[in-house]
Design a protein around this ligand. Structure first.
Ligand code: WTA
Length: 633
């Protein structure tokens, strides 16, 4: 496929594009957006203020994103493969879908939605394994104008229930079961439990995948039965640029996860633009992103970005270590993957399994290898570069967030300087700044500052679902006229950014974002727990582990309580939030105003007992000593 003009190929082109994107952002984005298929062109490119926040891109433009993901490729590339599906079991049949077949699948699914009462603006919750139907479901929602809310199928029934209720979803799409490595989950049964408290749900569509017998009730419709009644034709519903495309829940410092809202026009333009530039996709390349569609990475770089670009995208149901820890490399070799995108936690886990596994595979097809979700340490960066990229593929460390919709800071393929642990330069169109805690601009390089963005970009968060105030408070109130990322970063003398990590109470465990308050609330539901405080600590594989300091009214059996607390957290949030360490304590370090001083707990958790700093402002400094000594009762 021909490269569009905005897919940059050299450092000079990058610089030129970057300068233009700052000096004339509206013209910059207008020209890019013009290459997409719109039903009606926009009146003006951008209207914005960060104080609302009120952000509008491609105003009054009309479109349907799926016409851009699918229909517009049918003229010349109908027989190109859109999706290759590699199942959990090594050697089990691979499925492929051409753009023409994808068109039919999505049309049929759209009819299933409409036949079951879904229309524009309705919320549909998708709780599925990594099967092609997950992509079809998302696209079908977009085609009928419904707002999808994908919930990662590792979340518990309670977490699912919270998300269904918050969005007041009218439908849930799930499967009988899920397989991941040797593990199996009966998803439909988890949905049944979740729906006990959800009055908004009128229909559950269940896809038969594992063939397991599951509970069904009057809400249920089997997908294959509905599909047999559905026509392969469906006229996409016209959407406004700023109509909601999806909600994706993500954790923050406080309270329950919030629904980040993305809209149709801007997200579309940026998903395609960032995909092409970062991964330098060309021709008949095979692109593989190992994320789950339950996360933003799966949304933008398994479904929307690659399909918008007319790419061939590989979707993998399994895990990196099943049946053996060479599965990733085997799949790269089997499908001749050209661009490979994964997370540092996977790289570190595979690194621990030995060099000989990737070394068995030449992986000559690889041109770009990417990293996302958390800071990548030097050892992992070097290992990835040597044993997977073979010093030949370009390693891109991509920094972005659920809220940013697409990659913000990263190398573009092999363009420019690649420095270990540095995400690199911002993409053209992105204007990051480093600020001091007081909000002053840090122009000096080499120092750690707070990462903020001073100008809007098309795929930025528009609001948090039904709570605009929260969006304003979390992202736009820390610094006037800036979007605040919650991350700390440094910039070197060449302008390359290095992301240090979260500066708020969000921890990043295996690339999954969790709020410490969310985990504490779950722990506190144990009947003997009075109070708890959770912090992150450095973990060799996960990046950060979860350390919980817990006060109980009595601790009769430490091991039994630990197991009970772990179960509580798994059932309230999901296994990903299970604490790695639980320490029972008699008190927590608090200031006189009652605030827990997490700084001190973080030091204790990572073993830096001698660097606690000033503890004299604590209400009761002796608790610190008790914690270090391991006093329990
Ligand atoms: C972190 C994932 C360092 C960061 C796309 C951010 C990173 C949070 C990187 C967002 C990276 C993401 N280097 N840290 N390349 N990419 N992060 O919303 O702390 O799941 O704020 O989006 O992950 O996580 P989220």
């Amino acid at each position: 496929m021909a490269k569009p003009f905005y897919q940059l190929s050299t450092e000079e082109e990058y610089k030129k594009a970057y300068n233009k994107s700052v000096s004339n952002p509206e013209e910059f984005w207008d020209e890019i957006a013009n290459t997409f298929q719109w039903r009606k062109k926009w009146d003006n490119v951008l209207n914005w203020n960060f104080s609302g926040p009120d952000i509008n891109w491609f105003i009054n433009g009309k479109l349907n994103i799926t016409e851009n993901c699918i229909d517009r490729h049918l003229k010349e590339n109908a027989d190109k493969t859109a999706i290759i599906w590699e199942p959990n079991e090594d050697g089990a049949p691979v499925k492929t879908y051409t753009y023409r077949q994808l068109h039919e699948e999505v049309n049929r699914f759209s009819n299933v939605l409409v036949n079951n009462g879904i229309s524009k603006g309705d919320r549909v919750c998708i709780y599925l394994p990594m099967i092609p139907e997950a992509a079809f479901a998302m696209l079908a929602c977009a085609r009928v104008g419904a707002i999808h809310s994908v919930v990662f199928a590792g979340f518990s029934s309670r977490a699912l229930s919270d998300r269904v209720q918050d969005a007041k979803a009218k439908m849930v799409i799930t499967s009988d079961g899920l397989v991941r490595g040797k593990k199996k989950l009966l998803l439909r049964n988890i949905v049944a439990e979740a729906l006990e408290d959800c009055t908004s749900v009128e229909t559950v569509i269940t896809i038969r995948h594992t063939g397991d017998k599951v509970e069904t009730n009057h809400l249920d419709k089997w997908y294959h039965v509905e599909l047999s009644k559905a026509s392969p034709e469906f006229e996409a519903v016209e959407m406004d640029s700023e109509d909601e495309l999806f909600i994706l829940y993500t954790s923050g410092s406080t309270g329950k996860p919030k629904g980040v809202v993305h809209t149709c026009g801007g997200y579309m333009v940026y998903a395609d633009y960032s995909f092409r530039n970062v991964f330098q996709y060309e021709g008949d390349d095979i692109f593989w992103c190992t994320a789950d569609v339950g996360w933003i990475t799966g949304h933008t770089y398994i479904v929307y970005g690659p399909l918008l670009a007319g790419a061939t995208c590989l979707m993998f149901e399994g895990i990196p270590t099943y049946p053996e820890a060479d599965r990733f490399w085997k799949v790269v070799e089997k499908h001749n993957v050209n661009e490979f995108y994964t997370a540092p936690t996977a790289i570190r886990a595979l690194m621990a399994c030995g060099d000989d596994l990737p070394d068995k595979y030449p992986m000559e097809s690889l041109k770009v290898i990417g990293s996302v979700g958390e800071p990548i340490n030097v050892e992992a960066w070097e290992w990835y570069n040597k044993h997977v990229g073979k010093h030949r593929a370009a390693l891109v460390d991509t920094w972005w967030q659920t809220e940013t919709g697409g990659i913000m800071i990263s190398n573009l393929g092999n363009i420019g300087e690649h420095k270990p642990t540095h995400a690199g330069l911002p993409l053209p169109g992105i204007q990051p700044v480093l600020l001091t805690a007081e909000g002053d601009l840090m122009e000096e390089n080499g120092k750690e500052g707070l990462l903020a963005i001073k100008f809007p970009w098309p795929s930025m968060i528009r609001t948090t679902w039904e709570d605009h105030e929260r969006c304003k408070n979390v992202y736009f109130s820390t610094f006037k006229d800036h979007y605040f990322t919650g991350d700390g970063a440094k910039r070197d003398e060449n302008g390359l950014y290095r992301i240090i990590g979260r500066v708020d109470d969000v921890i990043n465990v295996s690339g999954h974002r969790l709020g410490t308050a969310e985990v504490e609330n779950a722990i506190n539901e144990h009947e003997h727990v009075i109070e708890s405080a959770v912090v992150g600590f450095p973990h060799d594989i996960k990046g950060q582990g979860i350390y919980a300091f817990v006060i109980c009214n009595e601790v009769l059996d430490e091991n039994a309580y630990r197991a009970e607390i772990e179960n509580k957290v798994s059932s309230i949030i999901g296994k990903i939030a299970k604490p790695d360490k639980i320490q029972f304590v008699t008190g927590l370090p608090k200031t006189r105003s009652g605030k827990i001083m997490r700084r001190i707990l973080r030091k204790i958790a990572d073993g830096s007992h001698d660097q606690l700093g000033d503890i004299s402002t604590l209400l009761d400094p002796s608790v610190v000593d008790d914690i270090i000594k391991g006093k329990v009762n």
